[in-house]
Design a protein around this ligand. Structure first.
Ligand SMILES: Cc1ncc(COP(=O)(O)O)c(C=O)c1O
Length: 439
């Protein structure tokens, strides 16, 4: 294969059958679409190239900077494309959560601007979110930036309408699979492929996978966030199901250790979600079932992600004091207090108020006297044991009360009986008209 440019190597990825002895579904032919073999390493190479290919030359002429709200694979692909075409690239995000990707972006020459966003991904309906404001500024600006706008750009979906979808059909001999399973980030890949497959066979069942509530799987949204994405069309999916980060790691281990696929956690989520869904439906089928899932990127960037959640896999001690080790029951029954109760408790006993949000959100508005220990740092702290005495009352606050509930459950498990999670989080506090201060 001889190419004039590396961009010609984007797409035409292999479709590889997973050995049924591994997934254990005797009547299912399960295929992995290996998007991790795209040249910059992920499914996002297609979207990044499709959104820029006709605009790069003109952007270079006018000295514009390529810019995108991404902290992951889209940024990686765009940074590479920018370098290849003599442009600079800026990644705008509210928190780089995968350190290896941040470092790789810096190595690629990307500029990184971290904004004080409220959610991990853009929420266009939140008019006060700095990330949303910045997004609007970029869209209005025109001149200085080439903004690819992946959350709203139809070319993102089109990359898969013209590439990924038709390739799957072709490799299956012109027939759509019975099931298609993909993780949902911007929704571009799953929607694009689903449209192509449905046009070939309206009976194809499409399963979208998202991260479990308050959980983090790189590159995809949680159940709460997914409806905020411009490209997300609920009609594209027959089911939207959630996967936990622990399940994603389990699925990834199977891909790594049994399938010869050096895939990352989001691919693990897709594999596990596919097998779980197919196991449930297999009984109702007569004859064979064909299914395809997307292997979106490679494992190497996620070693710290794994170390944080399963240290024992990398030679560390098991994380007994980790919020990932909690049961649903422990989280559901975590000690909490509503806004009125919290205000009264603060006035009476002066608990230590720990705000788990990012530093920008904290600086913008917080409960007077609270201290800011960002979610992940607090998790790290607890791995070493209780960071304060058992008799010290502690109120934990996060945006909506989900993360704080997990930590309250964890602290209780560690023997701290005087901890409470602020129900509804800082948003409920604000909505109740309770006072907030600014630094
Ligand atoms: C690792 C990974 N998997 C899956 C996806 C989902 O792809 P899409 O944005 O097309 O929904 C992304 C998106 O960034 C990703 O980074």
């Amino acid at each position: 294969m001889k190419y004039d440019s590396i961009t010609e190597a984007i797409g035409n990825t292999p479709l590889v059958r997973i050995d049924p002895a591994v997934h254990g579904l005797a009547h299912v032919d399960l295929y992995a679409k290996l998007e991790m073999l795209n040249p910059f390493g992920s499914v996002k190479d297609r979207a990044a190239w499709h959104m820029t290919r006709d605009r790069l030359a003109q952007a270079r002429e006018r000295g514009a900077q390529l810019v995108e709200l991404s902290s992951g694979n889209t940024a990686k692909a765009l940074a590479t494309l920018a370098g290849l075409h003599g442009l600079t690239f800026k990644s705008v995000t509210n928190r780089m959560r995968v350190p290896e990707i941040k470092e790789l972006l810096l190595l690629l020459g990307a500029e990184i601007e971290e904004l004080p966003g409220r959610s991990e991904c853009l929420d266009p309906s939140d008019t006060e979110d700095p990330l949303t404001l910045f997004h609007r500024h970029l869209t209005e600006e025109g001149g200085a930036y080439l903004h690819t706008d992946q959350y709203f750009n139809p070319l993102n979906t089109e990359a898969h309408l013209t590439g990924t979808g038709p390739e799957i059909l072709k490799d299956l001999g012109g027939r759509a699979p019975d099931y298609f399973v993909a993780c949902v980030g911007t929704a571009g890949s799953s929607t694009g492929v689903a449209r192509v497959l449905r046009a070939a066979d309206p009976e194809v069942r499409v399963v979208g996978l998202v991260a479990d509530k308050s959980d983090f799987i790189p590159g995809i949204r949680t159940l709460d966030e997914v409806r905020e994405v411009g490209l997300f069309d609920p009609a594209a999916y027959d089911a939207v199901e959630s996967v936990t980060s622990q399940e994603a790691i389990d699925g990834m281990l199977t891909l790594l250790r049994r399938c010869g696929l050096l895939a990352g956690p989001t691919s693990g989520a897709a594999y596990l979600g596919a097998v779980r869904h197919l196991r449930a439906v297999e009984a109702g089928h007569t004859g064979r079932v064909t299914a395809v899932f997307i292997v979106c990127d490679r494992v190497e960037s996620y070693l710290s992600y794994v170390r944080q959640r399963r240290p024992e896999l990398l030679g560390g001690r098991p994380a007994a004091h980790s919020r990932e080790a909690l049961s649903e029951e422990e989280i559901r029954t975590a000690p909490s207090v509503d806004v009125a109760g919290a205000r009264e408790w603060i006035a009476r006993e002066r608990p230590l108020v720990v705000d788990l949000r990012g530093p920008h959100a904290f600086a913008a508005l917080h409960i007077a006297g609270s201290v800011n220990i960002v979610d992940e740092l607090f998790g790290e702290l607890l791995r070493g044991g209780l960071p304060f005495g058992r008799s010290r009352p502690v109120l934990l606050a996060c945006p909506v009360g989900e993360k704080s509930a997990r930590y309250a459950a964890l602290l209780r498990r560690m023997g701290h009986e005087r901890v409470r999670s602020l129900a509804g989080g800082v948003i409920a506090w604000r909505d109740a008209g309770a006072p907030l201060v600014r630094d």
